[in-house]
Ligand binder design. Structure first.
Ligand SMILES: C[S@@+](CC[C@H](N)C(=O)[O-])C[C@H]1O[C@@H](n2cnc3c(N)ncnc32)[C@H](O)[C@@H]1O
Ligand SMILES: Nc1c(NC[C@H](O)[C@H](O)[C@H](O)CO)[nH]c(=O)[nH]c1=O
Ligand SMILES: N[C@@H](Cc1ccc(O)cc1)C(=O)O
Ligand code: SF4
Length: 406
């Protein structure tokens, strides 16, 4: 983002929360520097992850200001459907309650007809995207990933297929005895439109080893994502936070995503995914694991992400499945400009005990955005605007959610 000097001054002076009593010189200086166009470094991000009260208000006001300067007052969503084609998985990630063994009565595997029928139903309901992710089923042949794309595209050539996390790519490439580049290129040739940036969790070796014994390593995640970007395939980016992690991991994770983006430009958005703890082995069987992020941690994560990624990844998404609609709405005043997808089906968070339902109707998205006096826009997966709704009426200012008030 290029901000001219005069705009910098305007930006800076309008954030009056920076000069309230209770905002110490350290936090004020960090925020002033960011508003003046300086890159937020990891040490300062760690400081911001610890703010509360008036300092947290100043952080969210700064995130809100940067959001307005980079993407304006529109808030976007996408009409999509999740297709979790199998929950059979032997990786044993301790934070995951979605995965089942083959002989489990709840084990599921959708054949190609079922997958196409779900995509067709979604298309008939106005979806532009299917988001396809599943377990690493030991019996899946390497060509199954390509077969899913071919089957959907044969029936629905214009459906955007957002599919296969870097972990599924790692698995499919091994099964197919192909390099990551060969495997991804083959998927692109058969209609893959973009990849979810899940399986990122916390991009830190020590943390990953505690989450999953043989987790895809940080280096492998980075290599697969960069390979996709270099082949012209965009991906999203995520973090799963609020378990055994902390501010220093969050700051390093965001800095790594920013470095990748500087090299490839391939990330479309960043989505913080709060850990849903209720039914997970990680929480139930290990002492000292936190029950997901606190409300203030959610706010800080979205706000610091806006500051850290500013000018590089301009779309910061709040996940309503993880947060619920009220908290997702509050995130709109902490740097967020996107509320993700309608989803239609949701199994991963639900399996871990989340209770926010499986679908968000477009009218509900529009209502949430209007409540915050923001302009609702329906987008496609790659952020092209599809429907611009009527602007919210000029009315009393939107509620501001901030640290002290929560
Ligand atoms: C369930 S996996 C499906 C794709 C593939 N099996 C993989 O691991 O990449 C997708 C993502 O869901 C998220 N997830 C799983 N369990 C979760 C939980 N309890 N709370 C929050 N996010 C979770 C993780 O970020 C994970 O990478
Ligand atoms: N599918 C899930 C998402 N998806 C995020 C968006 O719906 C969309 O796929 C993305 O914005 C692409 O542009 N988010 C969740 O938290 N949980 C899901 O299951
Ligand atoms: N939000 C992710 C997809 C996702 C799917 C399931 C989850 O539990 C979390 C995230 C993306 O679109 O890139
Ligand atoms: S997160 Fe993915 S790889 Fe890990 S157990 Fe769950 S489904 Fe399997």
């Amino acid at each position: 983002m290029n901000i001219s000097v005069s705009e910098n001054i305007a930006l800076h002076e309008s954030v009056k929360e920076l000069y309230q009593p209770g905002v110490g010189l350290t936090v004020r200086t960090i925020l002033e520097n960011v508003l003046a166009g300086q890159e937020l470094n990891q040490a300062d991000a760690i400081t911001l992850f610890q703010t509360e009260g008036a300092e947290l208000d100043a952080l969210t006001a700064c995130a809100d200001q940067l959001r307005r300067a980079s993407v304006g007052d529109t808030v976007t969503f996408v009409i999509n459907r999740n297709i979790n084609y199998t929950n059979v998985c032997y990786m044993g990630c301790r934070f995951c309650s979605f995965a089942k063994r083959k002989d489990d009565p709840e084990a599921e595997f959708f054949d190609l007809d079922e997958i196409v029928a779900r995509a067709q139903e979604a298309w008939d309901r106005g979806a532009t995207e299917v988001c396809i992710q599943g377990g690493l089923h030991p019996n899946i042949p390497g060509h199954f990933y390509r077969d899913m794309l071919k089957a959907i595209k044969a029936k629905l050539p214009d459906m955007h297929i957002h599919a296969f996390s870097p972990f599924e790519i790692w698995f499919g490439a091994r099964k197919s005895k192909m390099s990551y580049a060969e495997f991804i290129q083959d998927l692109i040739d058969h209609g893959l439109g973009s990849m979810p940036g899940t399986a990122a969790e916390i991009l830190d070796t020590t943390i990953r080893q505690q989450l999953t014994r043989d987790k895809l390593t940080t280096e492998e995640w980075v290599e697969i994502v960069k390979t996709a970007h270099k082949l012209g395939l965009p991906t999203t980016s995520t973090i799963m936070y609020g378990h055994i992690d902390g501010p220093e991991h969050w700051a390093a994770h965001l800095a790594l995503l920013r470095d990748i983006q500087k090299e490839t430009g391939g990330f479309t958005e960043f989505v913080p995914l709060g850990f849903i703890h209720h039914k997970t082995p990680l929480y139930l069987e290990h002492a000292g694991v936190r029950p997901g992020p606190t409300r203030l941690e959610h706010i800080r994560m979205h706000a610091v992400a806006r500051l850290m990624l500013n000018g590089w990844i301009d779309n910061i998404q709040a996940s309503w499945v993880k947060l619920g609609p009220e908290l997702a709405q509050q995130m709109l005043s902490a740097g967020v400009n996107d509320l993700g997808g309608t989803l239609m089906n949701e199994s991963i968070s639900r399996a871990a005990g989340a209770e926010h339902g499986q679908e968000m109707h477009p009218d509900s998205f529009v209502q949430i955005m209007r409540n915050m006096r923001r302009q609702p826009v329906r987008r496609n997966t790659l952020y092209r605007h599809i429907t611009v709704y009527d602007a919210p009426e000029a009315a009393p200012a939107a509620p501001r959610y901030a640290g002290a008030a929560l």
